[in-house]
Each structure stands twice: as structure tokens, then as C-alpha cells.
Design a protein around this ligand. Structure first.
Ligand code: SF4
Ligand code: SF4
Length: 130
């Protein structure tokens, strides 16, 4: 299960992920981490049955935790393979295949929403949205 963990500058000085691994014994796979002067953000992958305890521990240490349990969905009847979503996605979720058709790398999306607003044909949505 993927979690997006955001640390404020103040909380970012603490070794939050290391502390949670130590306290829970859960092995946390850090898939991506970005830290700048104001905040830090980490995309982590953990076993499904440990999700609740890891979320609680991180929240107690001052982090904001978002569960990434949805994916981006493409309405193929609307998509014209223009590639606008390819260039805007920070996670390189989209690519054009050998036939210049839009394809997706599953499991990379962090649900930032940029592609949904960038698509000129309204072909993208979050799976599970009405
Ligand atoms: S931006 Fe929209 S229309 Fe263009 S390739 Fe992506 S999903 Fe298809
Ligand atoms: S929501 Fe964000 S991360 Fe996910 S596919 Fe769209 S642009 Fe990429």
C-alpha cells in the first residue's frame, strides 16, 4: 500500500521514517523523497496490514499522511493521444507506445491531479470518482 508522507520544515528535522521503522518493526520501502527548504515529501510502500499503525505513528510524529488507494483512469473514447499528460506528470506515469498510443505505468501515480486539469479532452479522472 502506498502512502504519501508530507513533513513540515520543523517536523522534517526529525528522522520520522527511521523512527517509525524502529518503533513498529515495519519495513518501509521509500520509493521517492523530495526535501526542500520548507517541507519534505516521501512516497512510501508498506504491507497493507501495517498501514494503520504506520499512519498513526507518522501522524503522532507530526507528518501528514495520505493514502494513495486510487489510480488515474483514462476514458479511451475521449483520449486523442496528444501527449499533454505525458509532459505534465511528475511521476512519469504516462508514455506513448510504439504506435503513439497513450499507455500507463501502473503504481506510480501520487494523485496530484495535474493531468486531470491538463487534459484538453477531459479524458482523465480518479478511479472511484463519481
Ligand atoms: S492529455 Fe488527455 S487526450 Fe491528451 S494523451 Fe493525455 S489523456 Fe489523452
Ligand atoms: S495525478 Fe499526478 S502523478 Fe498521477 S498520473 Fe496525474 S499527473 Fe501523474
Amino acid at each position: 500500500m502506498k502512502l504519501l508522507v508530507t513533513f513540515s520544515k520543523k517536523a522534517g528535522r526529525k528522522p520520522i521514517i527511521a523512527q517509525v521503522v524502529k518503533d513498529t518493526g515495519v519495513l518501509i520501502n521509500v520509493e521517492r523523497a523530495l526535501i526542500d527548504s520548507s517541507e519534505g515529501e516521501a512516497l512510501i510502500d508498506i504491507p497493507d496490514d501495517m498501514c494503520q499503525i504506520v499512519r498513526e505513528k507518522m501522524a503522532n510524529l507530526g507528518a501528514t499522511v495520505r493514502l494513495l488507494d486510487r489510480e488515474i483512469s483514462i476514458d479511451e473514447s475521449e483520449c486523442v493521444d496528444c501527449g499533454a499528460c505525458v509532459s505534465i506528470c511528475p511521476q512519469e506515469v504516462f508514455y506513448l507506445d510504439g504506435d503513439w498510443k497513450l499507455s500507463i505505468h501502473q503504481g506510480r501515480c501520487v494523485l496530484c491531479g495535474r493531468c486531470i486539469t491538463a487534459c484538453p479532452h477531459g479524458a482523465l479522472s480518479q478511479l472511484g470518482e463519481p
